[in-house]
Design a protein around this ligand. Structure first.
Ligand SMILES: *[C@@H]1O[C@H](CO)[C@@H](O)[C@H](O)[C@H]1NC(C)=O
Ligand SMILES: *[C@@H]1O[C@H](CO)[C@@H](O)[C@H](O)[C@H]1NC(C)=O
Ligand SMILES: *[C@@H]1O[C@H](CO)[C@@H](O)[C@H](O)[C@H]1NC(C)=O
Length: 456
């Protein structure tokens, strides 16, 4: 044995000694190790987890089980448990949980007194039976839990426990389940609350105002009723507010203008009334606003001046809006990509200022209104947007010049404008202000003839 080899062997021995002594000191408490095995066996009995991972689970564990060292107890503890195959990069243990009663499963998590995150994806998916959530779910979970995610678990049923405020939750995501019940009382630590795609009913509780750290509030696709409480508008740190696809009624509170950091507001598919609040014009950070399919009514307010720097999407379909489309939308909305004003009762022309939207817009839907007059968009824009420009169902809208094959997209369907609707290139009276008819081309030819006569 040469000196090089023996040196290497010595170093390896030293390393082994270091590792084994440190693991002895840092080992996972046996109660946590045992609870982890039991949970893995409960969630997916088709693997022999004890044989697959015989060592300390903080050293070798299935993906999704994470530990941390805690000097206070001078040992490792499990801090994260993630279940359900998510992707090749996060290949958590797959689930095959078929029992109808999950109480004993969730009770096992109380063994992890340092657990911060619990994540279930696609774990309760049985087509034949539901798994009931324990009625006391939040009391069963460890009092250290900050992050609870139950995503895409369609056969998870039962009702929420009404009080989750004893947990130091920062993120609560329960989405895509059959869970019902009312929105529970939440701790003020919470930053993200996503309870979308469940069967939650009742009203948004005024107590939501204590959650002043909320950035994301998504309660979409539920059965919520009642009105939007004013307290909702005290959540000044909200960036995203999504209440779409519920049965919320009443007015949008004018105090919504207090949500100064809001970037995304989606209230579409509810039963809101009372007009678009002018206070919205103060929400200068708003990037997307979707109110479509409510009974909001009224006119489109003049609120666009301060909103133009950020607004990229506006969904105002099917709101019962009346009156004209404000020209200010064309003037100020410098970044607009998506605009839907379809299925309203809007009348008057499409403002010529809408020509300015051409540099940014990629989808414009004005169909099924009572608009009339010349469409202000250029032929290039019409071709570029194709079917993403919708103008049909407005009996009075028309276009200049040739119809049919020369212009593509939605303009194909529009008739050519009558003379009075085409802006005149030069102000020369033809003596036929009223009652002139024919299409734009006839008027232009008339002007050319007239000019010819003047020159001669
Ligand atoms: C799930 O478990 C059942 C028995 O409980 C078994 O019949 C089935 O094959 C398992 N499915 C998978 C995908 O492992
Ligand atoms: C579910 O199991 C727990 C104990 O494991 C039991 O106390 C409870 O009654 C069960 N619930 C139902 C609905 O069977
Ligand atoms: C153009 O005028 C004719 C007859 O004057 C009328 O029937 C038609 O509706 C008008 N078209 C438009 C687009 O206003």
């Amino acid at each position: 044995m040469d000196t090089k080899t023996s040196h290497l062997l010595l170093s390896l021995l030293f390393l082994f000694f270091i590792l084994s002594s440190s693991t002895a000191a840092l080992s996972l408490p046996p109660a946590e190790q045992e609870a982890a095995y039991t949970i893995l066996e409960t969630i997916n009995p088709s693997f022999n987890w004890r044989d697959l991972y015989p060592d300390d689970l903080c050293i070798s564990a299935p993906h999704g089980l994470l530990c941390d060292f805690f000097p206070s107890s001078n040992s490792n503890h499990i801090t994260e448990l993630n279940f359900g195959y998510f992707s090749d990069y996060t290949s958590n243990p797959t689930c095959n949980f078929t029992s109808t009663n999950s109480t004993s499963l969730f009770a096992l998590f109380s063994s992890f007194t340092f657990l911060k995150k619990l994540f279930f994806f696609n774990c309760f998916t049985s087509l034949s039976s539901y798994t009931a959530l324990p009625p006391n779910l939040f009391s069963l979970l460890p009092s250290t839990l900050e992050d609870l995610v139950l995503l895409n678990n369609p056969s998870l049923s039962g009702e929420f426990e009404m009080d989750a405020s004893s947990l130091p939750l920062k993120r609560l995501v329960i989405s895509g389940t059959a869970i019902s019940g009312e929105i529970p009382l939440l701790p003020s630590t919470i930053r993200q609350l996503v309870l979308s795609r469940n069967s939650i009913y009742g009203q948004i509780p005024p107590s939501i105002s204590r959650c002043t750290n909320l950035n994301i509030l998504d309660l979409s696709y539920n059965r919520l009723t009642g009105s939007m409480p004013d307290q909702l508008t005290q959540l000044v740190n909200l960036i995203k507010l999504d209440l779409s696809f519920n049965r919320i009624n009443g007015r949008i509170p004018d105090t919504i203008s207090g949500l100064k950091n809001l970037e995304m507001l989606d209230l579409s598919f509810n039963q809101l009334t009372g007009g678009i609040p002018t206070g919205m014009g103060e929400m200068v950070g708003l990037k997307e606003v979707y109110l479509s399919w409510n009974r909001i009514g009224g006119q489109i307010p003049e609120i666009w001046e301060k909103m133009g720097d950020n607004l990229v999407g506006i969904g105002f379909s099917g709101l019962g809006l009346i009156g004209n489309i404000p020209a200010s939308m064309g003037i100020y909305l410098r970044k607009l990509c998506f605009l839907a004003l379809d299925n309203n009762l809007l009348e008057g022309p499409v403002p010529v200022q809408f020509r300015r939207l051409e540099s940014t817009a990629s989808e414009v839907n004005l169909e099924k209104n009572q608009l009339h007059g010349l469409v202000p968009f250029s032929a290039d824009f019409v071709v570029r947007l194709g079917s993403k420009l919708k103008l049909g169902g407005n009996r009075g809208l028309c276009q200049v010049g040739p119809t049919g094959s020369e212009k593509k997209g939605s303009l194909e369907m529009l008739p050519a404008c009558n003379a009075t609707e085409v802006p005149r290139p030069v102000v020369i009276s033809t003596g036929e202000e009223n009652g002139c008819s024919g299409n734009g081309r006839v008027v232009l030819w008339g002007l050319v003839l007239l000019l010819g006569l003047l020159v001669v």
